[in-house]
Unconditional design. Structure first.
Length: 141
């Protein structure tokens, strides 16, 4: 398994050092900030978002549209986007995150496919162009 982290921030150097200290530097790919990060989504098996706070995350919507199974933190803004059929975890419980990531690695393709379909259907139903258009027209109409 490989871990791909896209994005940048003040903890980047600490993450690199932690990966080296743990002996997993070859399995951890730290890309940093990337324009059009969504182009990497087809290479992923699972989208993990352990955010402590989040607005309406474009990255999350893109992952859902790409049909990726989701593992996300249990915060209000993310719950609103993903609904109830997604594995949401409390950030303080690192062991549950670790176990959940491992369970995704062991999951059968059919189960992953079902989770992918849930993501894709949810994003298009609640955040798709038709829903946006309808909401916009009722707002200004």
């Amino acid at each position: 398994a490989k871990l791909l982290l896209i994005g940048d921030g003040p903890l980047m150097a600490e993450l690199q050092q932690s990966a080296k200290n743990l002996g997993v530097a070859k399995q951890v790919i730290l890309l940093g900030y990337r324009e059009n990060a969504s182009r990497y989504l087809p290479a992923l098996d699972v989208f993990v978002m352990p955010s402590r706070s989040e607005g309406l995350s474009i990255a999350l919507l893109e992952a859902m549209a790409a049909g990726l199974p989701l593992m996300v933190s249990d915060i209000a803004s993310i719950k609103f986007v993903v609904g109830s059929d997604v594995r949401r975890l409390i950030l303080a419980n690192e062991l549950s995150w670790q176990n959940s990531m491992l369970s995704f690695l062991c999951m059968e393709k059919r189960a992953l496919s079902d989770l992918s379909l849930l993501s894709r259907c949810r994003v298009y139903e609640y955040f798709g162009r038709d829903r946006f258009r309808s909401s916009y027209l009722s707002l200004v109409g």
